[in-house]
Design a protein around this ligand. Structure first.
Ligand SMILES: [Zn+2]
Length: 325
């Protein structure tokens, strides 16, 4: 979790809106807008809303952690060549924020989709007083709101495309509404006592809030310290008491802590499975279904629902998940 500096947030918003006014109409007639996005989530959203009026490149590839990523010299050059820079914000891109501010002040359209969401949609966890959880995409309703942000920002930069952006956004929102309904259906079918999502990362709080799961992370727990062992023992108590059948791993976290949970529960006569690997801060491989926002969420929702005793088709809500092949 990173701390949000609200004054910086205001500076970025101000810089971006000023630039919008200054930079409109500089593009050659008919050429697509050259958009650089930070995360693949944001890139996917801009691609869906922008359609053939944009050409989108993502800075962060498969499996790259946006919290710790530092821009390379060529990234910065790519940002400076872009017509539009789109990023998540709320300091998800913690080590890139200063560079993004510099790009915004250099006369470019720069916007952050999560920064622009109404505060009522944002989580502000008690342990990080005054800051917002940046992992907004885990609630599909938030991503629907984010589609509206992208539509408005692209329309301001490229007014001739406003009707196309509105039509594309409406089409994508309809797809996202279907995904959201799927989330409610399959996670709603998880038995009441099993509605606990134990992962190794702090990225799933919006998903838990939206779809009625209690979320417990084991990140930060060290099995080598007494405190860590006590924390793991507490999670084992929870697994046994609630008869929870599965815990989840993700690629950026050692599975040692997860194995300690499984072994601790087994020692007390309760069998816990590794429910699968979830996508947290990166999408799957480019060019695959899981490399899109919808495919990534479908994978997570389907994996969670099936592992916790709910009912979901193995191939997901569109029959496209790789795990079924
Ligand atoms: Zn994260």
């Amino acid at each position: 979790m990173v701390r949000v500096d609200l004054s910086r947030r205001a500076v970025l918003a101000g810089a971006a809106s000023g630039v919008l006014l200054a930079a409109g109409g500089a593009r050659a007639q008919g050429a697509p807008l050259n958009v650089v996005a930070t995360t693949a989530h944001v890139g996917d959203l801009v691609r869906n809303v922008g359609g053939d009026r944009v050409r989108v490149a993502n800075l962060l590839g498969e499996g790259v952690d946006p919290h710790s990523y530092r821009l390379t010299r060529s990234d910065t050059a790519q940002l400076m060549r872009a017509d539009v820079v789109a990023y998540n914000g709320l300091l998800l891109e913690g080590k890139m924020t200063d560079a993004l501010v510099r790009v915004a002040s250099a006369g470019k359209t720069v916007f952050a989709v999560a920064d622009a969401l109404p505060e009522g949609l944002l989580n502000s966890p008690p342990e990080t007083e005054g800051s917002f959880d940046p992992h907004v995409w885990m609630d599909v309703k938030n991503w629907i709101a984010a589609a509206g942000v992208v539509r408005d920002r692209l329309s301001a930069r490229d007014p001739a495309g406003a009707a196309a952006y509105a039509a594309n956004a409406a089409r994508h929102v309809a797809e996202l509404e279907v995904l959201d309904a799927y989330a409610r259906r399959v996670l709603g079918a998880v038995p009441e006592t099993a509605r606990v999502l134990i992962t190794a990362h702090d990225a799933f709080n919006y998903l838990g809030r939206a779809y009625g799961l209690e979320v417990r992370g084991i990140q930060g727990i060290s099995t080598e310290s007494e405190a860590g062992l006590r924390e793991i023992e507490g999670l084992v108590d929870l697994l046994v008491a609630r008869r929870i059948g599965a815990v989840f791993v993700e690629s950026s976290v050692t599975d040692r802590n997860v194995r300690a949970l499984v072994e601790g529960a087994a020692a007390r006569g309760h069998k816990v499975a590794i429910g699968g690997e979830l996508y947290s801060d990166a999408l799957g491989a480019p060019g695959t279904y899981e490399g899109t926002y919808i495919g990534m969420m479908d994978h997570n929702l389907t994996t969670i629902a099936r592992a916790l005793g709910g009912e979901a088709p193995v191939a997901g809500h569109l029959g496209r998940l790789a795990q079924a092949r």
